[in-house]
Write a protein that binds this ligand. Structure first.
Ligand code: NAD
Ligand code: DAU
Length: 350
């Protein structure tokens, strides 16, 4: 049985990836290592938590001794690294959390993997999950390619860019067998309601103002999270060692247009008058250093690994709204902070 260490598996994207790997690969044992920060929620994984090929490990990737001991005792075959501080607005308020987790945490994992794999690198993979934000900000035209120079502009994206460079350096210097992907904005079930789409869904549901930063014409390329984790699975199994793959939805939306679409979907779902939810839209002070536009060219992964998004945005957004409306308890627990008691209740006797 292959032992796969998956970091950040209690977060948004990580929990979708854990679910996919645990159910699709019974011959892998998935070890989910997560610190359970405010963004980590084990309620995301209640459906698979008792699977025989799944284990949860609570721990901090910044703790060097803990990480070294964990790798020594478990002898993982491969690593898929998602654990990170991930919210740009928080990085503006508290950059050091991002420096520690995203940079030091990544180096700790790289060192530990290098140490236990040193005698035979051939059977292993260190897969680093990263973001399109490392490429900076686009004007009205153009796309981010794998060859685009890095130009990070927020503490979050600068910390992710640093970690990408370190992963690449360990490949070139130590021949650590790495894979990397840089993905655009994800949306879907289990996303923490501090990010635009779930925050707006929650506010529309509760008839609270929907905050739109600046002029609302900032543009993002949205991808359904289920498609992102399919892409990670594809790269992990078919990617060429040492390569980076861009992942995106070919699906650009200005924030204001996206929110108007969301409002009209929710008016229908909630039986409200057409245009009622859009009245909640409120323009607020802009984010500092706000990147204007992201757009991914995902032709490499499509051409070389035959991955492409499975659904249209309107359909994915409707699924997402349906999920949040049907999972009121999850949303209430997250917004009230109750989800943080789950670990205590679930794991205190283990
Ligand atoms: P998230 O914030 O929802 O989850 C992050 C997880 O990492 C949480 O479970 C948290 O508890 C855990 N974590 C944080 N610090 C830790 C530490 N020191 N030790 C151990 N665990 C720790 O993030 P997400 O949106 O699921 O993003 C996952 C990864 O994908 C990140 O690396 C992010 O940069 C990248 N990414 C995200 C998006 C997106 O749109 N959300 C797009 C592209 C790439
Ligand atoms: O591009 C990939 C990145 O996407 C990931 O690397 C990050 O982890 C992820 O958080 C996301 O970053 P963004 O900053 O693009 O996502 P966010 O949901 O915070 O914001 C999306 C856009 O909406 C952005 O232009 C800011 C704007 N916004 C956001 C919030 C939370 C608002 O106008 N109002 C808001 O309240």
């Amino acid at each position: 049985m292959k032992k796969i260490l998956l970091t950040g598996g209690a977060g948004f994207i990580g929990s979708h990836l854990v679910r996919l790997m645990v159910s699709k690969y019974p011959d892998y044992h998935i070890y989910n290592l997560d610190k359970l920060t405010y963004a980590g929620n084990l309620e995301n994984l209640t459906d698979i938590e008792k699977s025989p090929n799944y284990s949860f490990i609570k721990g901090d990737i910044v703790d060097t001794d803990f990480i070294n001991q964990l790798f020594d005792s478990h002898q993982f075959d491969s690593v898929i690294h998602l654990a990170a501080e991930s919210h740009v607005d928080r990085s503006i308020v508290s950059p050091m959390d991002f420096i520690y987790t995203n940079i030091i945490g990544t180096v700790n994992l790289l060192n530990a993997a290098k140490n236990i794999w040193k005698n035979d690198l051939s059977q292993h993979i260190f897969y680093h999950v990263s973001t399109d934000e490392v490429y900076g900000s686009l004007g009205d035209e153009g796309f981010f390619y794998e060859t685009t120079s890095y130009d990070p502009r927020s503490p979050y994206s600068a910390s992710k860019a640093s970690s990408d460079h370190l992963v690449s350096a360990y490949y070139h210097t130590y021949h650590l067998p790495i894979l990397m992907s840089n993905c655009s904005n994800n949306y879907g079930a289990y996303q923490f309601p501090e990010k635009l789409i779930p925050l707006a869904i929650n506010n529309i549901k509760n008839k609270r103002p929907i905050p739109i930063y600046g002029d609302g014409k900032y543009t993002r390329d949205w991808l359904w999270v289920n498609d992102h984790v399919q892409a990670i699975d594809t790269i992990f199994h078919k990617g060429t060692i040492g390569e980076t793959y861009n992942i995106g939805g070919h699906n650009e939306w200005k924030n204001i247009d996206l929110i108007n679409l969301l409002c009209s979907i929710m008016d229908k779902k909630l039986g409200r008058r057409a245009g009622e939810s859009a009245e909640l839209i409120t323009f607020v002070k802009d984010r500092a250093g706000h990147d204007r536009r992201y757009a991914i060219d995902a032709s490499k992964i499509q051409r070389e690994l035959e991955w492409k998004p499975s659904i249209q945005f309107e359909e994915g957004l409707e699924h997402t709204v349906d999920w949040y409306l049907a999972n009121e308890t999850w949303l209430n627990n997250v917004t009230s902070g109750n989800y943080q008691n789950y670990y205590q209740q679930q794991y205190s006797e283990r």
